[in-house]
Design a protein. Structure first.
Ligand code: HDE
Length: 709
């Protein structure tokens, strides 16, 4: 009898840390470097002339036999694949997840077991509404999808940057997406929700009230992808080594704090730099400033399932952190950019149904529908059921089974038996029984009892109390932005009855004052009472929801513009650069042109670009050092004056030292807690850095209305 290829024991593909710890190593075999290589056809023939097609005479017709040209153009003709139906615009990076300790008492999943082990990950961030080429800074939800290449197979945590969703049941998803996507007749707008079909739908579907409120906050215009929270949204389960399950809500908190753009800035940035977010992520990783998040869970014992004012299976609800604090489990770090956007970021395929032992689903009806949808969509997007063989999607462990053939099969499966059980191939591959650790996957042992119904549980029936809780938890400035955002969006809605319905039947039930403010700005008669009786809940504020409470307190990762011209004081430029770098901030020295400037002492000061090329909207703060000549030129420079006014309008920290103080008068501004002046950099450093760390000078808000866009 032939010897079986491996031990007779079932479950031979158990943990093998040495082999599986690095996804990147595994990917190496697929990476292709053309350096030093001859130009060849796809079939390996060396090409002698890549400039001219084959023709009959130098001025004659092209010849069909030109297999080199035909192959090249045929391939080109098919280079595009369908973009994702939602989340088409995205950007990704590799990194790792590392647990802080052994969490076996919470989950048996191996990735949470060893604090010395890093599980490789690929993360893809995305917007939802816009097509692949749309702007990064549009008002939208951001996808936050993580593929953990664990030693027990891939776990996809396909989340967003907001903790709730628009609908409660997956069957409504196509309706919601059709409504938010550009209008069918003219395909407008690209990347946003400020149009009739979206507001028509959400004003008719009150369960969307909470999530729509989130999208009207500044969370929908993150300053960059590094500064966003991530959420699993649905309630999931974790199962420990003893087989005990708990419910969990997944949270990711950015180490650099949660920060957003302001609306005017977001709109301008979409035009000035369509790629603002992907550029920022790329540059941060290239600069070694690796984005980091703390991965944590809210843990809800099974016996507490019904103890909240809301149903934990309802994806339009959060569990306030004040009621169930987050247990931090580990950190997620992104430290490598992909080599090829298409092969990695575009071809990556996530599915919430990809889980590993120790993690399981809940009965959330939104989650349940997602489990089916994602693999289904990959089949049309990636051309068949073999997309798991694409390098970026391959698990780091082997995946033997009887699934064969189909389009684009890359694996050459050996053996005769593509069925199980078999006696021809020694019975391989075999099942692995479930085990406290490293066993085969076993669904959570849960009793299900019920009638077959198309009905929503009554516990899903309250749509406003959490929206009100969220609104009440926001700072005054955040609330003002919410009113502005609703007014902007609804102001673009052509049908008056949709505006009225959103104000009277949705906003008035969230907060009457908000409804009245918005009504006044969009030509609707302000409502005087809600249409739904407010529901009493056990908590009236959740400070953890206000992003003003989620800043890091330091300036690591912030981007500061230093405006220079000929005659600048070089030592000042050096001092600010060094001090910012020491704090982990990024400095962009910007001149009148993209060429170097000559300092007052005759030395050359290198610049990173021109002020016009790197507008204030792309940076977090502005510093102008002294220098009689450079400031003199700036006093007559419209670009610089606009730069300062725009940074001021966007509530940014600005410091003007030495002669640069004269610029204040030129732009008719006066100092405030974030607009600083002083003799030199040392004089303003402390206050300037403190103002940057606050991210925005909210006290300035009442003044900025008078500054033209
Ligand atoms: Fe998705 N969603 N979704 N979604 N979703 C997709 O899958 C779907 C939902 C999310 O970077 C699609 O591969 C249904 C919630 C992210 O590749 C598709 C429902 C949340 C991404 C799909 C939802 C998400 C997607 C389109 C209602 C937050 C991008 C392309 C039940 C928890 C992943 C694709 C990436 C992508 C279906 C609702 C997050 C069509 C049916 C809730 C981050 O399968």
């Amino acid at each position: 009898m032939a010897t079986p290829p491996k031990s007779e024991l079932a479950g031979t593909d158990t943990l093998d840390r040495q082999n599986t710890s690095k996804k990147l190593e595994q990917l190496e075999q697929f990476r292709s470097d053309a350096t030093g290589q001859a130009l060849r056809t796809n079939h390996g023939v060396k090409i002698a002339d890549n400039q001219n097609s084959l023709r009959a005479g130098t001025r004659g017709p092209s010849l069909l036999e030109d297999f080199i040209m035909r192959e090249k153009i045929t391939h080109f003709d098919h280079e595009r694949i369908p973009e994702r139906i939602v989340h088409a615009r995205g950007t990704g990076a590799y990194g790792y997840f590392q647990p802080y300790q052994d969490w076996s008492d919470l989950t048996k999943a191996a990735l949470f077991r060893d604090p010395n082990h890093q599980t490789p990950v690929f993360v893809r961030f995305s917007t939802v509404q816009g097509p692949r080429g749309s702007g990064d800074t549009v008002r939208d939800v951001r996808g936050f999808a993580i593929k953990f290449y664990t030693e027990e197979g891939n776990w996809d945590m396909v989340g967003n940057n907001m903790p709730v969703f628009f609908i409660q049941d997956a069957i409504k998803f196509p309706d919601f997406v059709h409504a938010v996507k550009p209008e069918p007749h003219n395909e407008i707008p690209t990347g946003g929700s400020a149009h009739d079909t979206f507001w028509d739908f959400v004003s008719l579907v009150p369960e969307s009230a909470h999530m729509v409120l989130w999208t009207m906050t500044d969370r929908a215009i993150p300053v960059n992808l590094r500064s966003m929270q991530g959420f699993g949204i649905h309630t999931f389960r974790m199962i420990n080594t003893a087989g005990k399950g708990v419910f969990v809500k997944i949270h990711l908190k950015p180490a650099g704090g949660v920060r957003s753009l302001v609306w005017d800035e977001a709109q301008k940035l979409a035009g000035k730099d369509t790629d603002a977010h992907r550029r920022d992520l790329w540059e941060a990783i290239e600069a070694g400033d690796y984005p980091e998040w703390e991965f944590g869970v809210q843990i809800i014992p099974e016996e507490d399932e019904h103890k909240f004012d809301w149903d934990i299976l309802d994806a339009t609800k959060i569990i306030p952190e004040e009621l169930v604090p987050i247990t931090p489990l580990g950190k997620l770090v992104l430290n490598r950019n992909p080599d090829n956007y298409f092969a990695e970021t575009e071809q990556v395929a996530f599915c919430p149904g990809h889980i590993v032992p120790g993690i399981d689903f809940s009965n959330d009806p939104l989650l349940q529908g997602r489990l089916f949808s994602y693999t289904d969509t990959q089949i049309s997007r990636l051309g068949g059921p073999n997309f798991h063989e694409l390098p970026v999607n391959r698990p780091v462990v082997p995946n033997h089974n009887g699934q064969r053939d189909a389009k684009y099969r890359m694996t050459i499966d050996k053996g005769r038996a593509s069925y199980e059980p078999n006696s021809i191939d020694g019975g391989w591959p075999k099942e692995t029984p479930p085990a406290p650790q490293d066993g085969g996957f076993e669904s959570y042992y849960e009793r299900i009892d019920g009638y077959k119904v198309r009905e929503r549980s009554e516990s899903f029936g309250d749509h406003f109390s959490q929206a009100t809780l969220f609104y009440n938890s926001l700072s005054e400035a955040e609330q003002a932005h919410v009113a502005d955002a609703y007014s902007f969006e609804l102001g673009k809605v052509e049908r008056m009855w949709i505006r009225e319905r959103q104000v009277n039947e949705i906003l008035a039930n969230i907060d009457l004052d908000l409804a009245q403010k918005v009504a006044k700005k969009i030509g609707v008669t302000p409502p005087t009472a809600p249409t739904v009786q407010p529901r009493q809940i056990s908590i009236d504020k959740s400070p953890a929801l206000s992003q003003l409470n989620l800043l890091s307190g330091n300036i690591k990762g912030f981007k500061v513009a230093v405006l220079v011209g000929d005659g600048v004081i070089a030592s000042e430029v050096d001092a600010i650069k060094q001090a910012l770098k020491a704090e982990g901030a990024h400095v962009k020295v910007l001149g009148p042109t993209a060429g170097p400037v000559k300092a007052a002492d005759g030395s050359e000061v290198a610049v990173d670009g021109s002020a016009e090329g790197m507008p204030s909207v792309a940076l977090d703060a502005v510093y102008v050092p002294g220098g009689a000549e450079s400031v003199k030129a700036m006093l007559d420079d419209g670009v610089i004056k606009h730069y300062l006014l725009e940074a001021y309008k966007h509530l940014k920290a600005i410091a003007l030292t030495g002669e640069a103080e004269q610029l204040l008068k030129a732009v008719y501004l006066s100092p405030d807690e974030a607009l600083l002046t002083g003799g030199d950099f040392k004089a303003v450093q402390q206050d300037f850095f403190a103002a940057i760390a606050k991210h925005r000078c909210w006290a300035r808000m009442p003044k900025i209305k008078s500054i033209p866009a």
